[in-house]
Design a protein. Structure first.
Lengths: 588, 580
């Protein structure tokens, strides 16, 4: 019997952290209690992507998208929507531009411009049920590959499609597979790199949580194409839900014969094993990842040799990122020509970005390559919070740089981002507004990289530490103008002489902010930087709110008279700024 | 393999495929400075971590520089080793290393023998352009053999390569992350708590003062200046062919007479030769081997002169501790004889005697403190100085080594044969044993004393020596990784050998951790080996059993080899340990 309603409860990590798991149970119990379990089906899905609005509950076929749901809202959803068919409008998404309630996700700006390939099943199927994946044409691509194509055909489709590695490097996937295929060795490996480590990036986790089978299917296809019979997923242990769903998926796939021996009667054997990483950033670098998997210290080795020649256990190994893999079944099903029409001349398909920072709509977005940053930030992202002025967008995480207003109309692809001093990276995208201090932002990233450096090579081990120390000196108002020259020299030296990609890209946040916001560094270096908040006399109404919240009592003034901040005593905590009802306080 | 064409600094050259840029550059007289790189390919070791980034060079059309030590030259490559970009990058990376270095050069044990120091001079560093926090780790003085000062570590990882890949001991590896990375035992344990064998190969390759020997110089000076103390010194076979390097002499210079003179000038009361004890060891060991063969005892028998090797088998192969010979090492045999036979003869109270060994080794320091090598708190050997430490003492005393006339060892414990001399090199102990065993077992005089099939520098060597009707199968391994292979065969029961010689250090004692630093130049070790065989060839007596003083010792004191008193003074036992 077909159910009357299907309730999709987001089971992504973000929503679970806000009790969506418990909501699911409460709702199931209630529905059962009411005897409605025949007509209402409740499902846990993967991440919907609109994480800033979680927990999310979607009801089908009504196509209603409830946001920021609490456990206490469940009764109302059941009584009003499920029983009486009346929409609970207070739980609908509030459009930040029109301030109207939006019922269906497809009418939200956040989803309108998205084009989902890698995330195609996330939020629509139950990731813990293989039959739902199969119903979405799951494992059909593997069947076609094994029955209709030779490994060379599959590699050709990949090469023609123009798919490039989504983990950051952007290396053509087909070419990588071809190199591995060309190695005349009997044992080969395919590794899924799920060691997502960029701060703020979580697309790989969401894919694994929301659609684990797509990754398994792609690994099997890749194994067939390259000649690998063993697949390994290197995933960080901090992703327990993704690991659990992968384990379930692997067990189900084995049960259905999609993994194991003689898959689809083709004679092709392939199986997958999960290997847990301890969460070192550098283990996302493929040679470090392989070292870690082998039981060695997780640190990179010199390339060449590349893993496709000598990788895991010194055998040819293709290392592919989660998002890259998630694209592959779709490419096989729809063809390289279809994929090839999406994107820019050099970068095909889509890219998932983790949109965060001072932006209204926070979450995962998948857009065609060539979409401009302006579209992502202002249309999908709904613009800057509080109508503030856009300052820059940081892409590529600790390996990337900032992009300013002047480049907002750049169509995004691997090359264009590099040309403007940033990089695609794994797809982190943090929007900064006029209040953000670029030197502090750079310091944040350097703090991360110098701590996460494996310490193997001199420039990365000591150089990033020295850069961080200079940034510390500058922001403590103890720096000198010479520090800026040293900083730049150091940054270039690290970039050109570090052993691996992480070291080589570690100075990017500093180099790009030095290029576009040098005056902010100079303000510190020449010590002209204002460090205290000030009150704009003609705006102040003397409400005393600022003086009351100031933790160091450095604001004086009588009621209904202009207040004054003692700049020497101000600790720049910003409490007065937030308290002022008339925007009479200026930031340092 | 075919040659390829490349261009280095606008010079077109042909090099064999597979050549590194560093080696290619050497062919046209271009020296590229290196730090972490260590090429001991004769011993099967090339440290290719490419981590220091000092040897970086520029390639045409590549923005990033590449490490010339690890980058293989490709057809058509255009390489610039002397561009401003390359030179600056090298200088910058060196300055970064220096910015995290203690700058104790004037008081550092490696002063004037430090590769980092030389590099700073070579790259004309006059200032450190970037300063900041320095590492601040406690210095590990836990063992009495090796001192580890992580603050001087430059993360070249050479020690790690030696400890893991060559010696397969696996004590040292990188720990921590980022700026706090250093090389240490797991969990940053003290060296004393680990299964470190104190072979000292980490010390031998450390470019800085991060890994050095624990010095006994102070104690030795105090013993020498104490009139009540009778000081006895002994010199190991490998010291005399290397000590000259401390005074600018060519590697392989035989400095025995000068060395004896220097020791006498330093004030030692008895200057004896460990080679004498080596001959004594052969007497005991050959008899033990014959005994084991005749009585169907445990075979193969393994030599036991090397204390690093002894600690290795105790900890890594506790089930095999019945295979090594029970003979003490020559240094402790000499100590035991000095404190009994010699002491009695001279009327000296052993409590007022200090035996000081000059060894090419740091493991001998640890060995001297083993409780079973003492009797009622009187240790066979009191202090152990490395070849380097003795060099420092001679300099300290203002003795002009190169101008010394030369002198002979003191009698009683000073005579030695060619067989004792070759104890200093891989293959030497077993050759010395064969010379004696063959004559003793067959009763015939050897016509050919040189068993060349036992010599060389191959890591594992095998030979069969005919002794009467018996084919004596002999195995030789130097480097503990090679030793491990032979031990695993014994464990599996597939070993074909009757006797095996093992030395922990590549090359044997001539390549020991206490020798003057070779800085990666294997030819130095080869020259020392040549010198050892030269000493052997020049000796009037070349078989241990012909050593008159050894004979006298047996006649007057020990009765005969393998006697009860021999067992008490010259033999020892081993304890199973565990791997940490």
């Amino acid at each position: 019997m077909k159910e009357r309603l299907t309730v999709l409860v987001c089971g992504g990590t973000g929503c679970i952290a806000s009790d969506s798991d418990e909501m699911l149970i409460v709702m199931q119990d209630k529905i059962k209690e009411l005897g409605l379990d025949d007509e209402v089906r409740i499902l846990k899905t993967g991440c919907f992507g609109f994480c800033g609005q979680g927990p999310i509950i979607k009801i089908q076929p009504d196509n209603i998208f409830y946001v920021k749901v609490k456990i206490s809202d469940i009764d109302e959803i059941i009584e009003e929507h499920i029983i009486k068919g009346r929409i609970v409008s207070r739980l609908l998404f509030d459009d930040p531009k029109s301030h109207k309630k939006v019922k269906a996700h497809r009418h939200m700006d956040f989803y309108k411009k998205q084009f989902r390939i890698a995330l195609r099943n996330c939020g629509t199927i139950n990731p813990e049920d293989i039959s739902e994946y199969i119903a979405s044409r799951g494992y059909e691509a593997l069947a076609i590959s094994l029955q209709e194509y030779s490994p060379i055909d599959v590699i050709k489709i990949m090469k023609d499609s123009g798919l490039r590695g989504r983990g950051g490097g952007g290396f053509p996937t087909g070419l990588k597979w071809e190199y591995t295929y060309n190695q005349d060795v009997n044992q080969k490996y395919i590794i899924c790199n799920a060691d997502e480590g960029d701060p703020g990036a979580f697309m790989d986790r969401s894919i694994l949580e929301g659609d684990p089978h797509s990754v398994l299917e792609a690994m099997a296809i890749g194994g067939y194409a390259t000649g690998a019979t063993r697949g390994k997923i290197y995933i960080r242990a901090e992703y327990p839900l993704a690991i659990k769903r992968l384990e379930i998926a692997i067990a189900q796939a084995r049960e259905y014969g999609f993994l194991g021996t003689n898959i689809f009667g083709s004679g092709f054997d392939f199986d997958v094993e999960i290997r847990l990483g301890a969460g070192a950033f550098v283990c996302g670098e493929e040679t470090a990842l392989i070292n870690s998997m082998t039981g060695l210290r997780g640190e990179p080795s010199k390339k060449p040799p590349f893993p496709s020649e000598a990788g895991y256990k010194n055998k040819p190994t293709s290392v592919n990122n989660v998002e890259t893999l998630a694209n592959i079944p779709a490419i096989i099903l729809k063809g390289s020509d279809w994929f090839n029409t999406i994107g820019t001349p050099m970068s095909k398909g889509t890219k998932v970005f983790a949109l965060a920072g001072k932006i209204n709509n926070i979450g995962l977005v998948e857009v065609p390559m060539g979409t401009t940053l302006r579209e992502i930030i202002y249309e999908i992202g709904g613009g800057i919070i509080g109508g503030k002025k856009f300052k820059a967008v940081q892409t590529g995480g600790p390996s990337g740089g900032v992009i300013t207003e002047q480049h907002l109309d750049t169509p995004i692809d691997y090359e264009s981002l590099k040309a403007i001093g940033s990089m695609m990276g794994s797809g982190g995208m943090i929007v900064l507004d006029e209040d953000d201090d670029m030197v502090e932002i750079s310091k944040f990233y350097l703090d991360f990289t110098q701590e996460e450096s494996c310490g193997k090579c001199t420039p990365c081990r000591i150089g990033t530490k020295r850069m961080h120390e200079i940034l510390e000196r500058l922001t403590n108002m103890e720096g000198t103008p010479e520090d800026l020259d040293i900083l730049e020299d150091l940054a270039n030296n690290i970039k050109y002489t570090s052993l691996c990609g992480l070291g080589q890209s570690a100075p990017n946040p500093v180099l790009s902010t030095l290029e576009y916001f040098r005056e902010e560094y100079e303000a510190y270096a020449y010590r002209t930087k204002k460090t205290a908040y000030t009150i704009i006399d003609d705006k102040c109404i003397g409400c005393t709110k600022c003086a009351r919240v100031c933790p160091v009592d450095c604001i004086t003034g009588k009621v209904k008279q202009v207040h004054i901040i003692d700049e020497a005593a101000c600790i720049a905590c910003g409490a007065c700024y937030d308290a002022c009802p008339v925007n009479a306080i200026e930031k340092p | 393999m075919s040659d390829i064409n490349i261009t280095i600094n606008n010079m077109d050259i042909k090099v064999p495929r597979g050549t590194t840029i560093l080696d290619a550059a050497k062919q046209v007289g271009i020296h590229i400075p290196t730090l972490c790189h260590l090429d001991l390919h004769d011993f099967g070791v090339v440290n290719k971590t490419a981590s220091c980034r000092i040897c970086v060079v520029e390639l045409e059309n590549r923005p990033n520089l590449v490490p010339s030590c690890a980058e293989i030259a490709n057809e058509g490559m255009h390489i610039k080793t002397d561009s401003l970009k390359a030179i600056n990058a090298r200088r910058n990376n060196l300055q970064l290393l220096l910015s995290n270095h203690p700058f104790e050069c004037l008081t550092c044990i490696k002063n004037l023998d430090c590769e980092l120091q030389s590099l700073a001079e070579e790259l004309n560093i006059r200032d450190i352009y970037v300063k900041g926090e320095k590492m601040d780790y406690p210095i590990d003085y836990s063992s009495n053999a090796i001192v580890k000062d992580p603050n001087k570590c430059v993360m070249c990882r050479r020690c790690e390569t030696m400890c893991n890949d060559v010696q397969t001991v696996g004590v040292l590896s990188a720990i921590n992350r980022g700026f706090n990375v250093t090389v240490a035992p797991a969990f940053n344990l003290d060296m004393l708590e680990t299964s470190c064998t104190y072979c000292g190969q980490c010390v031998a390759v450390c470019p800085t003062g991060a890994l050095t020997e624990r010095s006994d110089i102070g104690k030795t000076w105090r013993a020498l200046s104490n009139e009540k103390t009778h000081t006895v010194v002994q010199v190991a076979p490998a010291v005399r062919v290397a000590i000259g390097e401390m005074f600018g002499l060519e590697p392989g210079t035989i400095s025995t007479p000068q060395l004896v003179s220097a020791l006498k000038r330093l004030g030692f009361d008895g200057v004896f030769d460990t080679n004498f004890a080596a001959d004594l060891t052969i007497m005991e060991e050959a008899h033990e081997l014959m005994h084991r063969i005749k009585t169907g005892g445990r075979l193969p028998m393994l030599t036991s002169c090397c204390p690093a090797w002894v600690k290795f088998i105790e900890q890594q192969f506790p089930d095999l501790i019945d295979v090594p010979s029970s003979c003490k090492s020559p240094q402790t045999m000499l100590g035991a004889i000095a404190k009994t036979y010699y002491a009695e003869k001279m009327g000296i109270d052993p409590n007022n005697m200090k035996v000081i060994s000059i060894m090419p080794c740091v493991a001998k320091k640890a060995e001297s403190a083993r409780p079973e090598l003492s009797k009622e708190d009187v240790f066979n050997v009191d202090y152990v100085l490395s070849t380097r430490e003795l060099g420092h003492m001679i300099k300290e005393a203002g003795i002009e080594f190169n101008k010394l006339e030369g002198n002979d060892f003191d009698s009683i414990l000073g005579e030695s044969t060619g067989a004792g001399a070759i104890f200093g090199t891989t293959g030497g102990v077993i050759e010395a044993a064969v010379r004696t065993a063959k004559e003793l077992m067959t009763g015939e005089t050897l016509e050919n004393i040189d068993f060349k099939e036992l010599r060389g520098l191959a890591g594992v060597r095998k030979a069969t020596i005919k002794i009467g009707d018996m084919d004596l199968n002999i195995g030789i391994a130097h480097g503990l990784g090679n030793a491990r292979k032979l031990l695993e065969e014994i464990q599996k029961g597939t070993s074909e050998f009757h006797a095996i010689e093992i030395m922990a250090c590549p090359g044997g004692c001539i390549g020991g951790g206490g020798q003057p630093y070779h800085h990666g130049d294997v030819s130095i070790i080869k020259k020392r080996q040549d010198a050892i065989y030269k000493i052997d060839a020049s000796k009037p007596r070349r078989k241990s059993h012909e050593n008159k003083m050894v004979k006298k010792l047996y006649d007057e004191y020990l009765n005969h080899p393998y006697s009860d008193l021999s067992h008490e003074l010259l033999h020892t036992s081993y304890k199973p340990g565990e791997k940490i």
